[in-house]
Design a protein around this ligand. Structure first.
Ligand code: MRU
Length: 346
């Protein structure tokens, strides 16, 4: 099953089209990118967001950069690309998929012979895109197999088709489980301050005719107390070697609440989100975004001008709170370093 959300990242003729996630759900519009710096801006400004989605977009950004630099200087386009590769990698710091995708494209660049690099790089970007969709379909199946019938689940942020190359991670699990008729109800945290839950997850699930109930983030503990929740299901921006998980701010609080209420805590992520270079969550850079995200709504200020603001947009959930890490290579129960190394190196 594909939906509009599954086509949020498209290569059309000679350009990259990105479904503008800032405008959803009220407006469906695409941002066109023909230059690599437009892709950098789109990632930074959250036209496209979600760890695998920004990785896939960056891969297409490399194609656009190579086209520009090869046209200007066919002999040293690779060297001229370096600043653009750095800008892409730094557009958002927490999701490792961005660096992972750029590393993959660097390998292809290094193997490219003389002549126009665009066809080879485009083929590589398309392959990376397709692999992400396949990984999500596989992990969706593994995650769904952990759910009993009549499952009530809660998800946070948007880890759906919009946040990936297609199909989604956490929402991939929910889509697969829904197709197997295992889902009784899906709750979506609104996910302050950017409202990925209210605006994106709710829209995306309804596109698939999956009923959803939005709650404010602070209602999650009451929900767990009053309903027999089976699982909290979230995605990841980066999983450290020991299984610590960086994900949208509020994920850690949900994991603590889930443990308190005996609810399973599932992290659904492709292995491209696992960073073996980082030993634990302490080594993961947490992005902080603008104060205005907390003090304004649609440019209307609602906080006193002199109030201090701290706006970290991700947090770290310790591995000890994760019941299952679900990847395209299979499920790791109670993840730790040994199990993660075995999974990745398999
Ligand atoms: O700031 P965002 O919207 O890019 O944050 C996205 C998340 O935290 C997602 O949960 C994560 O990237 C996993 S997406 C499959």
């Amino acid at each position: 099953m594909t939906s509009l959300a599954d086509q949020a990242i498209r290569w059309h003729e000679d350009r990259l089209l990105l479904l503008d996630q800032r405008a959803l759900p009220n407006q469906v519009r695409f941002v066109e990118c023909t230059r690599v710096n437009e892709v950098v801006a789109a990632i930074r400004e959250m036209v496209v967001r979600g760890a695998p989605a920004i990785g896939v977009s960056a891969a297409y950004g490399v194609v656009l950069g190579a086209r520009e630099h090869f046209a200007a200087c066919p002999d040293d386009w690779v060297e001229r690309m370096e600043a653009d590769l750095q800008a892409l990698a730094q557009a958002r710091p927490t999701a490792v998929n961005l660096k992972w995708a750029i590393a993959r494209m660097r390998e292809v660049m290094a193997r490219t012979g003389p002549g126009d690099p665009e066809p080879g790089l485009l083929q590589a970007a398309r392959r990376l895109h397709e692999e992400d969709v396949q990984a999500n379909r596989a992990l969706g199946g593994y995650g769904a197999s952990l759910l009993e019938d009549e499952a009530i689940v809660l998800t946070h942020c948007n880890a759906g088709a919009l946040a990936t190359g297609g199909y989604g991670t956490a929402l991939g699990v929910i889509r697969s489980a829904h197709a197997q008729d295992k889902i009784k109800a899906v709750y979506a945290d609104e996910t302050r301050p950017w409202f990925q839950g209210t605006r994106l997850t709710a829209w995306e699930l309804l596109q698939d005719d999956i009923p959803v109930t939005v709650i404010c983030d602070s209602a999650a503990a009451s929900l767990m107390r009053q309903q027999q929740l089976a699982w909290v299901i979230v995605g990841a921006d980066r999983v450290a070697r020991n299984g610590d998980v960086a994900n949208k701010i509020g994920t850690y609080a949900l994991a603590v609440m889930a443990r308190q209420h005996g609810v399973g805590f599932m992290v659904a992520a492709p292995t491209s989100s696992i960073d073996l270079q980082v030993g634990s969550g302490a080594g993961i850079e947490i992005e902080e975004r603008s104060q205005q995200e907390l003090t304004q709504f649609h440019e209307v200020a609602f906080a006193p001008a002199d109030a201090g603001v701290w706006n970290p947009v991700f947090d770290i959930t310790p591995a000890g709170l994760v019941t299952a890490l679900v990847t395209e290579k299979g499920v790791v129960h109670a993840p730790d370093e040994e199990k993660i190394l075995a999974l990745v190196q398999d």
